[in-house]
Design a protein around this ligand. Structure first.
Ligand code: PDD
Length: 280
């Protein structure tokens, strides 16, 4: 496996960053995860645009022009054999000479990228769906920044695991926001809904693709201000979406059956449409 660190391609096991790196010390860094299908990135430019926005919000200068990003990524994908991969990119503020909270001037960002295999989704998941729980949203309020400061997400995901579930849906001010590493959709009264974008929701690339497909295929849909846990409990279908999970049907919420307890008809339609789009 080949990784990329600060301009250099090298074996993943030899990839290193400094212990003084602010990504390590302060989670002063941002990341992206891009799915590749048969060696081709799905909406790579949208991911690079979001990376640019995350960097700008943290006042980190994007280390590379778009064309350079494309070159690096193409070389890395090829070095890792192409195929179905998940590309991970992280840009940190860099490694200064001493630990200090204040942002130093004249600091060079650290850039790390590597690939992981993107195993095909377990057929049992698509057959039976997954379990999710609702969870207090303990995250900070700048969730549009795809930062590596993910402790609240990690702990909530672990709470889900300890309750036999595979995703936790964050509830803040009486409204469901998103999952620990996914966006959320529901079919309520025959309409596909998802929480409207705000500070506490990452603008997911998969979310945007699903909304486009709903528009194209004339599926009644809406981005709503408040998705209450009670409304979610009344849904006939719930899904979580991400670059890794694509669209997972949620068939149990807090131990209660969702809809018929099986992935629903709107999900089946959307899953087919998204697969076609990703493999196009
Ligand atoms: N996470 N919301 C959060 C909090 C996320 O971490 C993610 C993705 C999403 C979905 O975004 P997208 O569709 O662009 O992948 C929503 C990535 C996959 C991760 O942390 O591994």
């Amino acid at each position: 496996k080949t990784a990329f660190v600060n301009g250099e391609f090298l074996p993943l096991e030899n990839a290193r960053v400094s212990v003084l790196d602010r990504g390590f010390l302060f989670s002063d860094s941002v990341y992206e995860v891009v799915p590749f299908y048969a060696g081709r990135g799905f909406r790579l430019n949208a991911h690079l645009e979001r990376l640019e926005r995350s960097l700008a919000l943290l006042r980190i200068v994007n280390p590379y022009e778009r064309t350079r990003w494309h070159e690096i990524i193409a070389e890395l994908i090829e070095a890792n054999g192409g195929g179905d991969l998940a590309l991970y990119i992280q840009v940190t503020r860099g490694a200064p000479e001493r630990r200090d909270h204040r942002i130093p001037e004249d600091i060079e960002p650290t850039v790390v990228a590597f690939c992981q295999s993107r195993a095909p989704v377990d057929p049992a998941v698509l057959e039976q769906g997954i379990a999710a729980i609702t969870h207090e949203d303990t995250r900070w309020r700048y969730c549009t920044i795809k930062s590596t400061s993910l402790l609240a997400n990690v702990l909530a995901a672990d709470d889900a695991r300890s309750r036999g579930a595979s995703e936790a849906l964050m509830v803040r001010d009486g409204a469901v926001q998103e999952g620990t590493s996914s966006n959320v959709f529901a079919v309520i009264d025959r309409r596909l809904v998802t929480p409207a974008l705000r500070d506490t929701i990452l603008p997911g690339i998969t979310r945007a693709a699903v909304l486009e497909l709903a528009e194209r295929d004339v599926i009644d849909h809406a981005e709503i201000e408040t998705l209450s846990p009670a409304a979610l409990r009344s849904a006939s279908e719930i899904w979580v979406t991400s670059s890794i999970r694509e669209i997972f049907p949620v068939t149990t919420l807090d131990g209660e059956t969702v809809g018929t307890g099986k992935p629903g008809p709107v999900w089946t339609r959307m899953q087919t449409a998204l697969q076609a789009m990703a493999h196009d």
